[in-house]
Write a protein of this length. Structure first.
Ligand code: HEM
Ligand SMILES: *[C@@H]1O[C@H](CO)[C@@H](O)[C@H](O)[C@H]1NC(C)=O
Ligand SMILES: *[C@@H]1O[C@H](CO)[C@@H](O)[C@H](O)[C@H]1NC(C)=O
Length: 324
């Protein structure tokens, strides 16, 4: 490599160094949408059917399932470390501050996995199931589709410490959010478009209370009064409010319309429209739903490529909640 680069022109040298340092480029080459075409041809249809059933039973489940893939990918890469229960060699991520009592849908993932195991034992990874489920959940509530790249393997380890360090918190500032995403090689635009996932789902009073009661002026007063009704200054921590107050069960661009109207629910939502460089991206998506859909799909593919285990690394877990 060094002698090869020595012979090459300086611009080629820069390119070679960039490629050799960038595991995202390498992983894109290794994952493929057709990975299970020969080994488990009905895997994708099986997953899709199960997700459709779960979402038709409870529409919020689409949101809960989409969130799981995000919380998996930001910790050790997209390796299903999120799904491991506490054990002798495992510090479960499920009890990390950002996950505990908040993540939902594990039983859906377990059910999908057991159906897929029954048709192709030991073939389809839990990490790939999370990625496909996230796509199918998005589609089930009217969102865009994308060709999920497959071939990830599952880790035999998890890290609660890494989960607490890497997952963004609802009280983060814009600079902290940028750093959280930059850590995963995701840029400011990726941050804004992936936050658009908050066009569906619910949050608990405990995580947005401070935004309703602090002296911050970047909030619509009518919205503040409305949300205070179900989120008193003391108590009611578990009370729910929709992340998108207009259409909480439809994947659309109202999340951005809300931010422009200063009606973001989480502090971190409104940080994206608060007088900085991300404002123009929020405005763009608030006016152009098609751009949001296209960019969201592309960013989900990018997020799904975060440090996968491939080749002989990791394992294909038999059940998602424990290593083999
Ligand atoms: C930008 C940083 C982010 C922060 C600080 C954040 C934080 C949160 C918080 C605090 C909740 C509510 C949890 C609760 O009250 O139990 C939530 C819900 C949710 N988040 Fe995020 N999130 C972020 C980005 C994302 C991304 C990138 C995605 C997916 C691509 C996502 C998907 C969701 C979904 C769908 C829900 C609703 C889940 C449900 O109803 O079960 N979030 N998020
Ligand atoms: C908000 O501002 C008012 C007046 O400026 C002040 O009296 C009050 O203590 C502040 N509240 C908080 C939570 O900072
Ligand atoms: C927006 O900016 C103001 C002024 O810098 C700041 O006080 C506030 O915390 C920021 N965030 C939100 C969500 O309003």
């Amino acid at each position: 490599m060094a002698s090869l680069a020595y012979l090459a022109s300086s611009s080629t040298l820069v390119l070679l160094l960039l490629i050799s340092n960038n595991n995202f480029i390498e992983s894109q080459a290794q994952l493929s949408p057709s990975f299970y075409d020969q080994t488990c041809p009905y895997a994708l249809l099986t997953i899709q059917a199960a997700v459709r059933t779960a979402v038709s039973r409870e529409s919020r489940m689409a949101a809960s399932l989409l969130r799981l893939h995000f919380h998996d990918c930001f910790v050790q890469g997209c390796d299903a470390s999120l799904l491991l229960n506490e054990g002798p060699s495992i510090t479960s991520e499920k009890t990390a501050f950002q996950n505990d009592g908040s993540l939902r849908g594990f039983e859906v993932i377990d059910a999908v996995k057991s159906r897929v195991e029954s048709i192709c034992p030991g073939v389809v990874s839990c990490a790939d199931i999370l990625a496909v489920v996230a796509r199918d959940a998005t589609v089930a509530v009217g969102g865009p589709s994308w060709p999920v790249r497959l071939g990830r393997r599952d880790s035999a380890t998890a890290s609660r410490a890494l989960a607490e360090a890497n997952l963004p918190r609802a009280t983060a500032t814009l600079d902290e959010l940028r750093a959280n995403f930059q850590n995963q090689n995701l840029n400011e635009r990726d941050l804004v478009v992936l936050s658009g996932a908050h066009t569906i789902g619910q949050a608990t009073c405990g995580v947005f209370r401070s935004r309703l009661y602090n002296n911050n002026s970047n909030i619509d007063e009518g919205f503040r009064a409305l949300r205070r009704r179900d989120c008193p200054i003391n108590g009611g921590d578990g009370n729910l409010a929709p992340l998108d107050l207009v259409t909480p069960n439809t994947f659309d661009n109202n999340y951005y319309v809300n931010l422009v109207a200063r009606k973001g629910l989480l502090q971190t939502d409104q940080e994206l429209f608060n007088g900085s460089s991300t404002d123009r991206i929020v405005i763009e998506y608030s006016r152009n739903e098609e751009a949001f859909r296209t960019d969201f799909a592309a960013a989900m593919l990018k997020m799904g490529d975060i440090r996968p285990l491939v080749g002989s690394a990791g394992q294909i877990r038999r059940i998602c909640s424990a290593p083999n």
